[in-house]
Ligand binder design. Structure first.
Ligand SMILES: Nc1nc2c(ncn2[C@@H]2O[C@H](COP(=O)(O)OP(=O)(O)OP(=O)(O)O)[C@@H](O)[C@H]2O)c(=O)[nH]1
Ligand SMILES: [K+]
Ligand SMILES: [Mg+2]
Length: 400
């Protein structure tokens, strides 16, 4: 029997089993069995280089966004509108057969947008190009789930289920469970919050299912069996997802209003060019990019070409900033001067561990080098200065 058949069989057994206190342990065990099988399914078949074969596109820019959706919801039309790169669009399904990259220029940053073939129910098990599409979406920083506003709301659930089946977790944060495998000592079980979904015995059973007999387990929140399995599997990817409802030009205003009020949702029309600005702004916000402008000593900052950092990828400290410029820079840095929201006063003298924020301005002061921002105490700090480098200030000279 193949892996998919095994999963189907267990799913059928779960559907047959009534949910109650007596069956809770058994159901938990079945969930763990399915999770293990799904992980096996993700391992690339022997002799291939990976699940994304044929879809590899070189990463480019400061972040990557994937367009995921059923066929003919308007993914290619959207790519063409947002990037100017033409991607064939037509009224028949599966117009797009491969991965097509485009670039969005926004807020002095470049975002790679990927158009992909439509996916369908069963994609996670390899239907259509599902496996490849999902592999590409896993490689991106956020997902835009494109939905046809005139079609059933069920599509969103089906797609979410498909992505969850391969370990993607959309708009969720990792469960607050500490888990560490040990060599000896048995299992230590603790919690700092009251648990209403699991108890010690159930957790032991799940661990047993994974043949884990020595481990430390600490629940820091009221987590579920599914959360525990996610933590044990350890291969989940937590991503932001924006639900993009396209084609609002063909539905009534009341329905548009309803969709627009759902969390993480943006309603658009490619045909009428409606709300595309809003979508871009939301996308950029969710990417959590931090633009840092460099101010050479004695000169005005260059406000056209920021160093772009990210909390999720690489971090946003002064050290990360220096490494971005040059790997060997850190050892020469005496301190840096920082203007912007992360600074308590202007300019603030900061060390390597200081965390920078979007639109900060940084001047690096190297060892055996004088700064022009005023040595400690030589200049008064500008506590009345605006908390953010405004567009106006970008044009006017910074006080140093
Ligand atoms: N009414 C309306 N139609 C749209 C809109 N955007 C796209 N379409 C149409 O929807 C159809 C499908 O568009 P595509 O861009 O090919 O959709 P896709 O999601 O890339 O489709 P596949 O590549 O086949 O998965 C085309 O006929 C588009 O003209 C819109 O905002 N409103
Ligand atoms: K199409
Ligand atoms: Mg397409």
């Amino acid at each position: 029997m193949g892996i998919i058949e095994k999963i189907k069989e267990i799913e059928a057994e779960m559907a047959r089993t009534q949910k109650n206190k007596a069956t809770e342990y058994h159901l938990g065990q079945l969930k763990a069995k399915i999770a293990k099988l799904r992980t096996q399914l993700l391992e690339p078949p022997k002799g291939s280089s990976g699940a994304g074969e044929g879809f590899e596109v070189t990463k480019y820019g400061h972040g990557r966004v994937a367009l995921i959706g059923f066929p003919s919801v308007g993914k290619s039309t959207l790519l063409t509108m947002l990037t100017g790169t033409h991607s064939e669009a037509a009224s028949y399904e599966f117009t797009t057969l491969t991965c097509i990259p485009g670039i969005i220029h926004y807020n002095d940053t470049k975002i790679q947008l990927l158009d992909l073939p439509g996916i369908i129910e069963g994609a996670s098990e390899g239907k259509g190009r599902g496996r490849q599409v999902i592999a590409v979406s896993k490689s991106s920083d956020i997902v835009l789930m494109v939905l046809d506003a005139s079609k059933s709301e069920g599509h969103r659930q089906i797609l979410t289920k498909e992505l969850e089946a391969v370990g993607l977790r959309l708009n969720k944060r990792p469960p607050q469970i500490y888990f560490k495998r040990k060599k000896t000592g048995g299992i230590s079980f603790n919690s700092t919050a009251p648990l209403t979904h699991v108890d010690e015995k159930l957790c032991y059973q799940i661990l047993h299912e994974y043949k884990i007999h020595n481990a430390e387990l600490l629940f820091r929140e009221d987590a579920t069996v599914d959360d525990l399995i996610d933590v044990i599997e350890g291969n989940r990817k937590y991503m932001k997802c924006i639900y993009v409802y396209n084609k609002i030009d063909v539905i009534g205003i009341d329905d548009v209003d309803k969709l627009a009020r759902q969390p993480n949702s943006v309603v658009i029309s490619c045909n009428l060019k409606l709300n595309l600005d809003r979508l871009l702004a939301r996308m950029w916000e969710d990417m959590g990019l931090v633009r840092v402008y460099t101010k050479p000593q004695g000169q005005q900052p260059d406000f056209t070409d920021p160093v772009v950092l990210s909390t999720d990828r690489g971090g946003c400290t002064v050290e990360d900033f220096c490494n971005h410029i040059h790997r060997s820079l850190v050892k020469d840095v005496k301190y840096v001067l920082v203007w912007g929201t992360s600074a308590r006063h202007y300019p603030q003298h900061c060390g390597l561990s200081h965390v920078l924020q979007d639109e900060d301005v940084v001047q690096i002061v190297k060892k055996k080098e004088k700064d022009d921002g005023g040595g400690r105490g030589r200049f008064k700090s500008h506590s009345t200065a605006p908390a953010r480098i405004s567009d106006r200030e970008k044009k006017a000279p910074l006080k140093t």
